[in-house]
Design a protein around this ligand. Structure first.
Ligand code: GDP
Length: 277
């Protein structure tokens, strides 16, 4: 997101949580061009200070506790960051009338697409935030949700299945232990998805929109491209299986495309990019 905004000539402020260890590895290459401001979505006063310091025209709220299994271990933190965090941003930026992009998620559908019936604390916290977006928009704020389906890149966290497979494909030592191989996801390239997020804030009237490839592929499909001899190397490990599994996700990018969005990276290209980088 920061790379895209810098390329468009924006002055970019990035909110970073303070940590005793280094946590800006993924933006190291642009850190001199971004104004770093320290704040935490769980801490209202720090968010107020950050927003005052930036006086932002646009806010992209991509901050979240976003790993579904972890949301069962830290459900209260998940709600605080994912739902109340948005509320803190909305309230703090009210005097500046900042436009806000909220990162909603396909996990809000659970197994009931196109109805919202989330089945994890993560999905539920994001749906609560999604409803806040609708309510504040009715109050006159320029705020909208992009319902993003899984978006991946070589910068993906190591615990997500795509990155886990890509890491193993580069260094296939021992067996690769995975959970449910039959689950299907609508995977797209994060670099394409940030373009849709930006586009949504440039509309005359704010509206929610799905950001997706419109295709769905199973974990097996991902393995076929990333690791052609995976059948000899993958071991199914029940500890990675989920009790509340979202089996299939497939979105509809028609509305985003009407805004002028066009994803450029195909599924096989995405898999190869993740394995090769
Ligand atoms: P999510 O869709 O946001 O939860 O993204 P993940 O990459 O964590 O999971 C995508 C799908 O891969 C889910 O249906 C998981 O059950 C499935 N999966 C299978 N094996 C694994 C694994 O070892 N790790 C993870 N994270 N997911 C796995």
């Amino acid at each position: 997101m920061a790379e895209l905004l810098l390329a468009k000539g924006y002055e970019v402020f990035g909110v970073v949580r303070r940590s005793s260890s280094q946590n800006v590895g993924r933006i190291e290459h642009i850190i001199d061009r971004v104004n770093i401001t320290y704040a935490d979505l769980t801490d209202s006063s720090s968010i107020e200070h950050a927003v005052k310091e930036c006086a932002p025209h646009e806010i992209y709220n991509l901050g979240a506790m976003s790993f579904v299994p972890a949301s069962w271990n830290q459900p209260l933190l998940t709600f605080d960051v994912n739902c109340l965090g948005l509320l803190r941003l909305i309230e703090a930026s009210e005097p500046f009338n900042s436009k806000i992009y909220q990162a909603s998620t396909s996990e809000m559908y659970g197994n009931s697409y196109p109805e919202f019936k989330p089945i994890s604390p993560y999905g539920i916290s994001k749906l609560a935030a999604h409803n806040l977006v609708n309510a504040y928009r009715l109050q006159g704020r320029f705020i909208c949700s992009g319902i993003c389906f899984n978006h991946e890149s070589p910068r993906r966290g190591n615990e997500f299945v795509t990155k886990k497979i890509a890491n193993y494909a580069k260094n296939p030592v021992g067996k690769l232990r995975l959970g449910n191989l039959s689950a299907s996801r609508d995977w797209g390239f994060a670099g394409d998805y940030v373009e849709a997020m930006h586009l949504m804030l440039q509309q005359v009237v704010p509206q929610d929109c799905e950001i997706a490839s419109g295709e769905t592929h199973s974990i097996r499909d991902f393995l076929d491209i990333a690791l052609p001899d995976w059948k000899d190397k993958v071991e199914v490990d029940d500890s990675f299986k989920r009790k509340n599994e979202v089996n299939v996700l497939k979105g509809d990018p028609t509305k985003a495309m009407h805004m002028g969005w066009e994803p450029k990276v195909s599924f096989p290209e995405l898999v190869r990019m993740m394995v090769n980088e």
